[in-house]
Design a binder for this molecule. Structure first.
Ligand SMILES: Cc1ncc(COP(=O)(O)O)c(C=O)c1O
Length: 385
């Protein structure tokens, strides 16, 4: 048995979700919207199930979706990639798995920036890499460029960047992206860029893909997910964009992970990526309104809400809210006593975790957000006394 998996404890996400189901708590822990998603995109999928092919599509993805991803990169980010530079995967998770398996040689050092999406560390280890962890901290959560530079050694081959960043809802700015790009170029590093949240940005922010920075085209791998672009998280349609020298080995790994992704969902995602600017703008505005609704109500109850620049999440600093509980203790008690599930940010660290910040998902209806905020307000009163 592989000890990476055999010795792995149940994740806090699983623990919280099981508890939330058992207690009937409002689940602001897991990140998924509670609306049905765009009707026309779902109709395109239904139509493709009924009247399109339901047999194995090409290993690299359907021509239509590969073309649509390339067009989308050009339209939104000015990136000059062709359909041939695109690989379709079964979600961003499979894209990350294939990229890390293909690009890490046993013994390579890989830089991971904490807080980090939970899949990164086990995937790096499974690929034979040695993870070098650097950390960001609240409340500013700036990219730790000096710590990254200090962690780079002769065996460092790769860095994983999640931008916009789940869980702390940061969208990295031009200075941070340029500084990381300069380090990658100077030290000949590959960057695996998890950009699943590229469209879920607020307050007029722009997403700056690392692959667009100077010197990065040949050394970056851009990963996206239709699940986040279309609020359809169960669809698990992802994509990788990279130059042939990087995409080739990733495609070989994908070939023996899932080989293909359902053709009807690929059709529907291709349809969706061609939607006009208004869809993307309104989607962002709707989530921004939900963010403001939950943030406003929590702030009124004395919670110190940290800025949320993108994603479906906002964070709350418990210590700054006068709540005398660690993040894990707060989350476990809030499920039982307030009937609201949240996630402790320490779960996104492999070491040196801050323990006073929790993450809440606001991609929910107004009524659900209002009820959750009311319950959390009462719970804050109770634990402060
Ligand atoms: C940062 C990040 N990467 C990857 C994923 C997984 O994407 P997918 O569902 O397409 O596998 C998520 C989902 O929440 C995420 O937040």
């Amino acid at each position: 048995m592989n000890p990476i998996y055999a010795d792995m404890p149940t994740s806090v996400f699983e623990e919280i979700s099981i508890l939330a189901r058992k207690t009937g708590a409002i689940n602001l822990g897991q990140g998924f919207p509670d609306h049905a998603g765009p009707l026309d995109v779902r109709q395109a999928a239904a139509e493709a199930v009924l009247n399109g092919s339901n047999q194995y599509p090409p290993m690299m993805g359907t021509d239509r979706l590969r073309g649509a991803v390339a067009d989308h990169c050009r339209r939104f980010h000015g990136l000059a990639f062709e359909a041939g530079d695109v690989l379709v995967t079964s979600g961003a998770t499979e894209a990350l798995s294939a990229a890390l398996l293909a690009l890490i040689a046993p013994g390579d050092e890989v830089l991971l920036i904490q807080p980090m999406y939970d899949a990164y560390l086990p995937l790096v280890r499974r690929a034979g890499g040695t993870a070098k962890l650097v950390a960001m901290g609240p409340p500013a959560w700036r990219l730790p460029v000096d710590a990254i530079a200090a962690a780079i050694g002769p065996r460092t081959r790769l860095v994983v960047l999640n931008n916009p960043l789940n869980p702390i809802a940061r969208v990295f700015d031009e200075g941070e992206i340029a500084a990381l790009a300069a380090l990658c170029v100077r030290h000949d590093l590959i960057a695996v860029c998890d950009e699943v949240w590229e469209h879920v940005l607020f307050d007029g922010r722009r997403h700056l893909p690392l692959i667009a920075a100077e010197g990065m085209r040949e050394r970056a791998v851009k990963i996206g997910s239709a699940g986040k672009i279309f609020s359809l998280t169960g669809w698990k349609v992802g994509f990788v964009v990279a130059v042939p020298a990087l995409l080739g080995p990733i495609a070989r790994a994908h070939q023996f992970l899932t080989f293909t992704t359902p053709p009807n969902l690929q059709e529907a995602v291709a349809y969706g990526l061609d939607k006009d600017e208004a869809y993307f703008r309104e989607m962002r505005l709707a989530y921004q309104r939900s963010r403001d609704r939950l943030a406003g109500r929590l702030a009124a109850a004395g919670y110190a809400v940290l800025p949320s620049e993108g994603t479906y999440f906002l964070c709350v600093d418990l210590a700054a809210s006068g709540i005398p509980l660690g993040d894990r203790a707060f989350c476990l008690r809030a499920i039982e006593e307030a009937g609201v599930a949240a996630i402790p940010i320490s779960a996104f660290y492999g070491e040196n975790a801050p323990t006073s910040v929790i993450r809440l998902c606001f991609a929910k209806s107004d009524a659900v957000l209002d009820e959750a905020a009311t319950r959390l307000a009462a719970f804050a009163e109770k634990v402060r006394n």
